[in-house]
Design a protein around this ligand. Structure first.
Ligand code: NAD
Length: 366
């Protein structure tokens, strides 16, 4: 989609058409010439509660790309909250720009004012390119913010909780495939060893898994390989490894037609959002290859669980306990998928949609 300023009716029809495709409720375009802020806030669904989702700052090639990303991510948040039993809807925001160059206090605070103007319908948090530091600036302009540093009564970095949830989802997948959930001796590739990936490597090596690590950042590879017993695999050669489990923990869309031709594994279970390049096509392709795929929005929900806990008086132990439930939910979904011969992503979406429909009906009564 290209934005043509001279033809505003064309923009409107294109944007609203895209919104109606997945039934988004509201999309807010934000602009401020003084600070250079250009942002989009997407609210997908607020049946279960306010739409909560992080703000991503990224140098998108064009506005159409940013819109596509925010629509896709906000819908994923609806599923993530619903399947995790949280009383939250799905939303997300993107700020168009290079976080290393364009991120200023004024720009972030101006963004906070836009969040505030929605009166609590959207609650923000950090995401790629945005840290807890920026959430302090947002907090200066609105109370509709989570993911604050511990010094502000927040939960701080949510990555350890996310990694623990992914670990739970991976163990449940192992139980489904091997009959027990031990990861000891299993060959596991962790692709992307950032905040979540490193914490996951810690759990896996502690349990005695044989861990391969891959990242585009050479320094990170050295650091993590020094800290935990793991083998570095450079470049996309990692996709040709003979492994038991592939754990995508970098970017989305790494499960696609090309990678599925190369991947030799029994399980895919990782932290990245939107791992399937095409939800329908690749969800089914994974199943037909006999690979068990633990749905991303389910097993990476630890971060959301963590910020949700913040809204009710932060308690890390409670957040970790709640993330433990990811194990049983994953197991239920994998069993349903097998029994009904449907892709795991379909089984997971059906459970989330059922909860939204049922709880939505409750709200009709006083
Ligand atoms: P991060 O930025 O700390 O780490 C990402 C790592 O991936 C970096 O080390 C980066 O160098 C590496 N990477 C980037 N492109 C790569 C490529 N092509 N090949 C290999 N490595 C590559 O991010 P994070 O917080 O660890 O999050 C990882 C993923 O999990 C992201 O997709 C994020 O959206 C998702 N996620 C994170 C959380 C959380 O709590 N942090 C919660 C839910 C989902």
């Amino acid at each position: 989609m290209s934005i043509v300023i001279e033809k505003p009716t064309e923009i409107a029809s294109t944007v609203i058409n895209q919104m109606s495709l997945f039934n988004h409720e509201q999309v807010v375009f934000c602009n401020d010439n003084e600070t250079g802020l250009k942002a989009i806030i997407a609210i997908h669904n607020t049946i279960l509660g306010p739409a909560l989702g992080g703000t991503r700052m990224w140098m998108y090639n064009n506005e159409g790309e940013a819109l596509k990303d925010v629509l896709r991510l906000s819908r994923g948040m609806t599923y993530k909250a619903a399947i995790s039993g949280l009383n939250l809807g799905g939303g997300k925001a993107v700020i168009i720009g290079d976080s290393k160059i364009h991120k200023t206090e004024a720009l972030i605070r101006r963004f906070g004012k836009f969040v505030n103007s929605l009166g609590g319908k959207y609650i923000t948090a950090e995401d790629v390119g945005i840290s807890t530091k920026e959430m302090e600036y947002v907090k200066m302009e609105t109370d509709y913010v989570t993911g604050l540093p511990e010094s502000y009564g927040g939960g701080g970095d949510p990555s350890p909780v996310t990694a623990y949830g992914v670990y739970m989802g991976m163990k449940a997948s192992a139980h489904q495939v091997y009959g027990n959930d031990s990861l000891s001796g299993k060959k596991i590739l962790v692709q992307g060893i950032g905040h979540v990936g490193e914490n996951l490597v810690k759990h896996l090596t502690e349990e005695g898994a044989i861990v391969y690590i891959n990242d585009i950042n050479q320094e990170r590879l050295k650091e993590v390989a020094n800290l935990y017993k793991s083998e570095v695999v450079l470049g996309d050669a990692c996709l040709d490894l003979d492994i038991d489990i592939y754990s995508p923990c970098a970017l989305g869309a790494t499960i696609n037609t090309a990678s599925l031709e190369r991947l030799k594994c029994a399980i895919i279970s990782g932290a990245a959002n939107n791992q399937l390049e095409d939800e329908n096509l690749h969800g089914r392709m994974v199943m037909e290859k006999g690979i068990v795929y633990a749905p991303d929005f389910l097993i990476n929900a630890g971060g959301l669980i963590n910020v949700y806990s913040e809204m009710h008086g932060y308690n890390r132990e409670r957040a970790m306990n709640q993330a433990t439930h990811i194990y049983n939910t994953t197991l239920d979904i994998l069993k349903t998928s097998k029994a009904q011969n449907i892709p795991t992503i379909e089984a997971a979406k059906a459970i989330a949609e059922k909860r939204i429909a049922e709880v939505g009906k409750l709200k009709l009564t006083y």
